[in-house]
Design a protein around this ligand. Structure first.
Ligand code: AMP
Ligand code: MG
Length: 351
């Protein structure tokens, strides 16, 4: 066989192999991002995967969404069959056996409750229900003052969540106050994001972002580019005020008074509640973003900082090494810790 013929055969062989491999999705297509979105935990959850074959990316995304859906069944107090609802339905003063998963999450949340001196409280479910921000038909008016006062008089602090781990490692919980109920709304989404990332990794995915309504965690990158994350202006929905270029393994979670709210006589009523007043937290902040390794942890941390305000909030942040924060005041003034990754794009609009 002459050299020319041999080289034609070899070249055609390679071309045929590449075409077949591409067709069978065995090799990644350069610069292709595969994305999918689902409505889960009351928000739009988007997953994007970069640099993996289509089939592999899609299978991994399906499994990650399934994990989100499973956790909604465990953690959502709005679902009557969830594990959290089962705890809430049991009469007070009764010990209930719970899964290791829920027990571990409660353990983390209770620690944050202590460190924030009760500003972060997973015991607020009756209060969240009174305000109705988690329901589809919000009344757009505050609950009657007598109802809030009655709730406060029962002194429903986070200490009323009693958690016990037996020698065999099993967890048991007791709600020791008629006015408390479990609400893991400020931890659950972050935990689900962490779990979705773990599922993606188990499926061999190295570059991905899981974004649940602006709360997110990234792994890897988009080739030579980072994942670019815009932060919404708290007072102007369609405007981005900062851009974070994230790569590696990092989460970013935001708590804001613009996520679920209504305005009445120029007063903003929003979904982040101060357990000490039974009212929406008013510490002069409009949003708190936290970056760190663990989405569940910083999910709770952002809520706690929102309730505590700038000074106490930044003190709390120091107890979580590796976490960084960007706080935006109601007037649009930013306060950020030195290693928070963001390019400030513009002075936010004053109210
Ligand atoms: P996030 O948007 O992550 O700040 O979480 C807000 C959700 O957490 C609310 O919808 C409530 O379900 C719950 N929540 C509200 N206030 C608090 C609080 N002070 N501590 C813990 N969870 C809270
Ligand atoms: Mg939060």
């Amino acid at each position: 066989m002459n050299r020319n013929r041999l080289s034609i055969i070899v070249t055609s062989g390679i071309a045929l192999f590449l075409a077949t491999a591409l067709w069978l999705d065995l090799i990644p297509r350069a610069h292709t991002v595969y994305s999918d979105t689902r409505l889960l935990m009351g928000t739009l959850v988007s997953i994007s995967v970069w640099g993996h074959p289509k089939g592999k990316a899609e299978t991994a995304m399906q499994k990650a969404f399934a994990e989100f859906a499973r956790l909604e069944e465990v953690l959502s107090w709005q679902r009557p069959t969830s594990e959290v609802s089962q705890v809430n339905q049991v009469s007070r003063e009764t010990w209930v056996s719970i899964s290791t998963e829920l027990g571990t999450l409660l353990q983390r949340g209770l620690l944050l409750g202590q460190r924030s001196e009760g500003a972060f409280s997973m015991a607020l479910q009756p209060l969240t229900q009174l305000w109705g921000f988690s329901s589809e038909h919000q009344d757009e008016k505050p609950p009657a003052k007598e109802k809030l006062d009655r709730w406060l008089r029962l002194y429903p602090t986070v200490d009323a969540i009693r958690l016990m781990q037996k020698e065999d490692k099993s967890f048991h919980v007791q709600l020791a106050n008629s006015a408390v109920g479990l609400d893991l709304g400020a931890l659950g989404k972050g935990y689900a994001i962490d779990q979705a990332i773990s599922v993606l990794r188990k499926e061999g995915i190295a570059n991905a972002i899981v974004d649940a309504g602006g709360d997110l965690r990234v792994i890897g990158s988009k080739g030579s580019n980072p994942w670019r994350i815009g932060l919404q202006n708290p007072r102007q929905k369609d405007q981005i005020i900062s851009m974070s270029q994230l790569r590696g393994d990092i989460a970013m979670m935001t708590s804001g008074d613009y996520e679920r709210f209504f305005l009445l006589e120029n007063i903003r009523y929003h979904h982040i509640l101060d357990p000490k007043t039974a009212e929406p937290a008013r510490t002069g902040l409009s949003s708190v973003s936290v970056q760190g390794k663990n989405a569940a942890e910083i999910n709770g941390l952002s809520t706690a900082i929102f309730v505590l305000g700038v000074e106490k909030g930044l003190r709390l942040l120091k107890q979580y090494p590796g976490s960084e924060a960007l706080l935006i005041s109601e007037k649009g003034e930013p306060t950020r810790t030195p290693a928070f990754i963001a390019d400030w794009l513009q002075e936010p609009i004053k109210q």
